[in-house]
Design a protein around this ligand. Structure first.
Ligand SMILES: [Zn+2]
Ligand SMILES: [Zn+2]
Length: 159
């Protein structure tokens, strides 16, 4: 798992370099519940809480997605930036131009990251049980070395 605070600090340094003034008192936390959004920024009194979907801290997810989400939420803490218009939009464009990031208004709710859709799958030829993996693991590369957890029959080689 990636260290959220470490990435938050890196993002704040990126904003510092552009002289963008974000809030000083921000708490970052990872949201492990199933979420429709990759990030959210809440204001309580003079404090901000930025919540990031915990799936973004998984090494399987491209790092760029974590940067984009953190920067998106950090910009909401800037003066007059709670909405995705006006100042927020202008600052997002400035950050994107400086760092090649892709800060968007909102993430596609059907995004693979929110859904955490595994990329690889093996199907048991006997019972149809499905084994899904995010990484090209040994099971994915050599299914014939494994037996189905449900019906115990041999899985078949790819191909
Ligand atoms: Zn937003
Ligand atoms: Zn089976």
């Amino acid at each position: 798992m990636r260290d959220l605070q470490l990435y938050a600090d890196k993002c704040m340094k990126k904003l510092d370099a552009l002289r963008i003034r974000y809030a000083k008192n921000i708490t970052f936390s990872a949201n492990t519940r199933a979420v429709r959004r990759l990030g959210v920024c809440k204001k309580t009194g003079d404090r901000y809480i930025i919540e990031i979907a915990s799936s973004l801290l998984d090494e399987i997810i491209p790092e760029a997605e974590l940067y984009d989400t953190l920067l998106h939420e950090l910009l909401h803490t800037c003066y007059g930036c709670m909405k995705h218009t006006g100042r927020w939009k202008a600052l997002a464009a400035k950050v994107n131009a400086a760092y090649g990031t892709d800060i968007k208004r909102a993430a596609d709710p059907d995004s693979d990251i929110i859904a955490k859709k595994p990329k690889y799958r093996v199907v048991c030829p006997s019972c149809g049980a499905v084994y899904e993996r995010y990484k090209r693991s040994a099971l994915i590369q050599h299914p014939e070395r494994y037996r189905c957890g449900k019906c115990k029959s041999k899985l078949e080689a790819r191909g």
